[in-house]
Design a protein around this ligand. Structure first.
Ligand SMILES: [Fe+2]
Ligand SMILES: [Fe+2]
Length: 446
């Protein structure tokens, strides 16, 4: 690992810590638990990390072979504009996921799972810090009139319901969502970061490897408990989770994960501009294949736990047969986890609001379709604002009263909440941004 640590200027660093005190009060607990749970890992640091020795020439697209940009003004203006939007959206996801995890953090039923999620949250905070570093360590005035302090303010003011991407506007129903989210949504994060390792803006590209090393832990924080849940469900029908419950959580998050790649038909511009090395559908295909593998691994462990009298090889052979439709000692395909059809419960992208069922079947009656989806989604999610809004949109699109484009663009709670620090003492997160060199040793662009 060779990365260099950068701190934000004092005002922004303070704003992030201020945000943390309000939105992530469990953070100090991590330092107390670190030694016990992660004795071999270097201690957590709230800082930006810049990878050293990265390629200096543009790796993909129209400007391939030319030097990478060191400041936004050196980028193609279209690329700079697009990149700014990407960084802001990325920052929103980092802070947004902490707010989601926070909602159910105290309800964890296992101290290790909880501590792993705590570390995930802290690392997301660091990722948000990293994105703010990208926004505030360079001059973006060639593509925006918004001052750096206001960009930071905008990001820190978002709440669950006003974030950029739908997956970050869903409340968790239980601590279980923290786990399934890590397995499915952080996995999309891994893809986005991997694609951006080639980014034509050198500081962006150099931000990716340290984040990716952390993302690997986030995936484990999802997959390992899911394996354990399934093994427990195989042994004990009264275990904390049963297969149907886990399956419904998978169904809730998978569709939102797919949508995070952007419309299946798009993404070529990002490649052309040298910002990512894959278009949307290509990346989504790889993601789906990886999710299939993940569920295969989890299902294998379920079957092994269900058939403890068989050797591992025998159990794995039984699993093979079950996936092909056989029943082995009472276990059928329906007892295992499955990915829904990619078009199931979609609200964005190519299959948005098409009435495609869990197994890819086409439904024609909207009330039938809604009932079908509800049957495959968690009970607690049924009563959410998100579900209510989706049902309205689905009915509107099916009945021709809401234009598809409008339904795709709509979110249940649109209003950006501005200047919302709940402290009585201040109305902004970023207080008094000094000009010139300051606290963290980096320049703030006035
Ligand atoms: Fe992250
Ligand atoms: Fe993550």
């Amino acid at each position: 690992m060779s990365d260099e640590i950068r701190m934000l200027p004092r005002a922004y660093h303070d704003a992030v810590e201020h945000w943390q005190r309000h939105n992530f009060p469990e953070y100090p607990e991590l330092a107390k638990r670190w030694e016990r749970y992660f004795p071999k890992d270097r201690e957590f640091c709230l800082c930006a990390r810049i990878e050293k020795d990265m390629p200096t020439e543009i790796q993909v697209g129209e400007h391939r072979g030319q030097p990478k940009a060191l400041v936004p003004a050196e980028l193609d203006p279209a690329a700079a504009e697009q990149l700014l939007a990407i960084i802001r959206a990325q920052a929103s996801t980092e802070f947004g996921s902490i707010q989601q995890h926070h909602g159910t953090f105290e309800r964890a039923n296992d101290p290790q799972d909880q501590t792993w999620v705590l570390r995930v949250m802290a690392e997301e905070l660091r990722h948000g810090y990293q994105m703010i570093h990208l926004l505030t360590s360079a001059d973006w005035s060639s593509v925006t009139d918004v001052k750096p302090a206001d960009m930071v303010e905008d990001i820190l003011s978002m709440q669950t319901g006003s974030h950029v991407l739908a997956a970050f506007n869903l409340e968790y129903d239980s601590f279980g969502d923290s786990i399934v989210f890590a397995a499915f949504i952080d996995r999309v994060g891994k893809y986005q970061l991997t694609m951006q390792k080639v980014n034509a803006y050198a500081p962006m590209a150099a931000s990716m490897p340290p984040m990716l090393r952390e993302e690997a832990f986030h995936l484990a924080a999802g997959v390992i408990p899911m394996r354990r849940w399934m093994e427990a469900a195989a042994r004990d029908r009264n275990a904390a989770m049963d297969v149907a419950t886990i399956q419904k959580m998978v169904n809730k998050w998978f569709a939102r994960g797919l949508e995070m790649f952007g419309d299946e038909r798009g993404g070529q511009t990002n490649v052309k501009l040298g910002l990512k090395d894959m278009a949307n559908r290509e990346a989504q295909d790889l993601y789906v294949a990886e999710c299939v593998k993940m569920l295969d691994d989890i299902n294998t462990r379920y079957v092994r736990a269900k058939l403890p009298h068989r050797s591992r090889d025998e159990a794995d052979a039984a699993y093979e047969r079950i996936t092909k439709g056989d029943t082995v000692e009472g276990i059928t395909r329906d007892d295992l986890l499955r990915l829904p059809d990619r078009r199931f419960f979609r609200r964005r992208g190519e299959p948005a609001f098409q009435m495609i069922g869990f197994d890819g079947e086409e439904l024609t009656d909207v009330e039938e379709y809604i009932a079908h989806c509800l049957e495959h989604l968690p009970q607690a999610y049924r009563a959410s604002i998100d579900t209510k809004h989706w049902m309205e949109m689905q009915r509107g699109v099916a009945g021709g009263t809401i234009e598809l484009k409008k339904a795709v663009a709509s979110m249940p709670r649109l209003a950006r909440v501005g200047g919302t620090c709940p402290c009585s003492k201040s109305v902004r997160w970023v207080i008094d941004v000094p000009e010139g060199p300051s606290g963290g040793g980096e320049r703030v662009n006035p």
